[in-house]
Design a protein around this ligand. Structure first.
Ligand code: X8Z
Ligand code: ZN
Length: 670
């Protein structure tokens, strides 16, 4: 998602002349002259009249250049995008230099908001880098994104991803969206799943390993020039509020504490799903160990991050309806455009702002024909920072998962619309997790059985039937609970890459150690340091932090509970649908319109009545399911937890047993 602040580099010289008379005294001055200290009002005028209009214009041009590349990947568009970001970096630098020189010592004691603007604008991130290194970083990032977005694999088992052009019939060549994704979610052919899983990693991560190592060095350098220990600390700064004494370590501790609270629920789900998979794939060796991690290719998702596609064979009560309404959407001839309009109607029913006309004219809501142009398919929402241009880019498929993603992306745009009149540095989420949580919060209502029935997508659902209710909660858990450790591992891993705890010589081996520790997942085929499996995920290739999603998946339940209370919902949390509640909409809008002008704790308090991240509402939502899973796992004699094998070996091979015996004998002889 593009909502980072992109600034530009023109008229800076003129701008510094305009402000020369306000410059703070530098060096020795004549004692006869009284020092003229810039005031908060001076700073306000500078931001309001000079910085803001220029930044709006330049940023809109820059986002346009980026949009062109992302919706038409060509060498020319890549060059234009890089040239534009160089212009922005130059502008950023000059603005920061000017502010440091002129407004460093302003007395902001009566205006914390202005101080926030000043503090944001002096941080430069990548723009700190010398010109040549900045350009190099842009090129490295564009190349990784290119590799990821244009990768193809062959459906034919045995054809290596590197040979797709030469050895794979055209009709067997697959891109991630929709081809590979559809097979990974629907196919139960284990050898094919394994082939696709490995091929995707051969086509992506393996090709960007070298670039990624250079990317880490350059990102760290930029972050350190801002005073952060490394780029991981820069990424976490969205959660840090020094004025409230909420520091980096507080955030790390809080995220880890929340995970410890949620882990028992994840472990129950993991044990239950592992057993269902053992029944579904009785001959798969990697599944034989009843206490082992789960092979990564069998979970219906390329990254094993969300497991909703397993509902058909794993739902608790197979005789009761599945909550995946994809077939009904297809039957009703849903279109991508129609799905976005339905989402827009839902936002409007809450009294939230509708998507403006330009949104419908300029967004890319379906995948264009790859013969005409290649695009970055990963869904994203775009703020052009000119208060009128907002877009979504999504290769929408007609299925329930995408219907939820539609709401997710619309949530980003709703946030853009709500804070569009803030100053540019405040046109951002209260923290990154807030931005990710808006659409998901609304989608929690939309995906209730009651709402799906209203839309005519679900039939024969009996809301008094406890078994059907467990099925519903289970389907939500496959989406939300299965995700939690993945939401953590992506950045727990990258934090340790940035801070050097993970060496560049062990990037892949450590990835699997982290995946095993958090997710309880193993690799279905042998891996080596020629592989770079984290690069097979968009956010690694595209320089997008991921902790935001872990935070979002926790706080969206806090938001949901608060909105349900505002809507006057009675009954259990998982049955709540806030449809048409203007009170819920207002509560949301009031928090969103703050943007990042206040610490996130202020927005949290406004919305939920308290300041902290809290796993309570999530646990409350899933309480009946957790009880059910515990009983069912006991009944099936399934133990929660997993062994630390990073590769799914199944039972031990004769060779490994012999090796163990030899080691044992040797130790006795010593
Ligand atoms: O990347 C996204 C959104 C765009 S911000 C589609 N998500 C994460 C992912 O796909 O990995 C949403 C959930 C997690
Ligand atoms: Zn998002």
């Amino acid at each position: 998602m593009i909502f980072r602040i992109l600034l530009g580099s023109f008229l800076v010289f003129a701008l510094s002349l305009v402000h020369a008379e306000r410059a703070l005294p530098q060096g020795i001055r004549s004692p006869a002259k009284r020092e003229v200290r810039a005031t908060a009002q001076d700073f306000f005028d500078y931001i309001h009249k000079d910085y803001q209009p220029r930044a709006e214009k330049l940023t809109a041009e820059d986002v346009e250049a980026s949009w062109k590349f992302n919706t038409n990947i060509t060498a020319h568009n890549e060059q234009e995008m890089i040239a534009s970001s160089e212009k922005v970096a130059k502008f950023d630098k000059e603005i920061a230099t000017y502010i440091r020189a002129n407004f460093k010592d302003v007395d902001f004691s009566a205006n914390a908001t202005l101080k926030r603007v000043r503090d944001k604008l002096v941080l430069l991130g990548d723009a700190n880098l010398p010109d040549a290194e900045f350009s190099e970083l842009q090129t490295v990032e564009a190349r990784m994104k290119n590799i990821y977005s244009t990768a193809k694999v062959c459906k034919t088992i045995g054809v290596h991803a590197d040979d797709v052009e030469d050895k794979c019939p055209k009709e067997h060549q697959l891109e991630l969206e929709p081809g590979i994704t559809q097979l990974i979610q629907n196919s139960r052919d284990e050898p094919l799943l394994k082939h696709l899983w490995k091929s995707w990693r051969d086509a992506t991560g393996r090709h960007m390993k070298h670039d990624y190592a250079r990317y880490v060095v350059l990102k760290n350098k930029g972050a350190q020039m801002d005073g952060y220990a490394d780029n991981g600390a820069a990424w976490r700064s969205t959660y840090v509020e020094p004025d409230l004494e909420y520091l980096d370590q507080n955030f790390i501790d809080e995220a880890e504490g929340i995970w410890q609270q949620l882990k028992p629920l994840y472990e129950q789900l993991h044990a239950y799903v592992r057993h269902s998979l053992q029944t579904q794939y009785p001959t798969v060796r990697g599944l034989r160990n009843p206490k082992g991690p789960i092979p990564a290719h069998l979970l219906g998702n390329m990254w094993a991050q969300q497991w909703s596609n397993l509902q058909d064979f794993s739902r608790p009560h197979p005789d009761k309806p599945s909550l995946d309404v994809t077939p009904a959407m297809v039957e009703k001839n849903y279109t991508a455009n129609g799905m976005f309009h339905m989402s827009d109607d839902f936002f409007a029913s809450l009294g939230l702002i509708r998507m403006p006309g330009k949104f419908w004219d300029h967004s890319m809501l379906s995948k264009p024909d790859p013969k005409e142009r290649l695009v970055v398919c990963h869904a994203s929402a775009w703020d052009f920072y000119n208060r009128e241009d907002f877009r979504i880019k999504q290769c929408t498929d007609i299925r329930m998962k995408d219907f939820i993603t539609v709401h997710h992306e619309m949530g980003h745009v709703e946030y853009f619309l709500q804070y569009k009149d803030q100053w540019i540095p405040f046109r951002d989420g209260a923290n990154d997790g807030f931005h990710e949580a808006v659409g998901d919060t609304l989608a929690l209502s939309v995906s209730t059985p009651g709402h799906l029935e209203k839309l005519g997508l679900l039939k024969n659902y009996n809301s008094n039937d406890k078994d059907a209710e467990i099925n519903f909660m289970f389907s939500t858990a496959l989406e939300k609970i299965a995700f939690l450790p993945f939401g953590l591992v992506m950045d727990m891993y990258r934090y340790d890459v940035f801070n050097g705890k993970i060496k560049t010589t062990e990037l892949n081996a450590q990835w699997w150690k982290y995946v095993n520790k958090y997710q309880g997942i193993c690799s279905p085929v042998g891996r080596s340091e020629d592989d770079f499996d984290p690069g097979a995920k968009y956010h690694t290739a595209a320089d997008v932090p991921y902790m935001r999603y872990f935070v979002s998946f926790v706080i969206q339940f806090q938001f949901h509970e608060a909105l349900c209370n505002a809507a006057g919902h009675k009954g259990e949390l998982h049955t709540c649908d806030i449809d048409s509640s203007k009170a819920a909409g207002k509560l949301m809008a009031d928090a969103l319109s703050l943007g990042s002008s206040e610490p996130w704790q202020v927005a949290m308090k406004k919305l939920t009545g308290q300041e902290k991240m809290d796993a309570g509402p999530l646990m409350k939502f899933f309480k009946p399911l957790q009880d059910w899973l515990r009983k069912e796992n006991d009944r099936r004699k399934q133990k929660a937890g997993w062994s630390d094998d990073v590769t799914c070996t199944g039972s031990r091979t004769i060779a490994s047993v012999l090796a163990l015996v030899a080691l044992f004998v040797l130790s006795l002889l010593r």
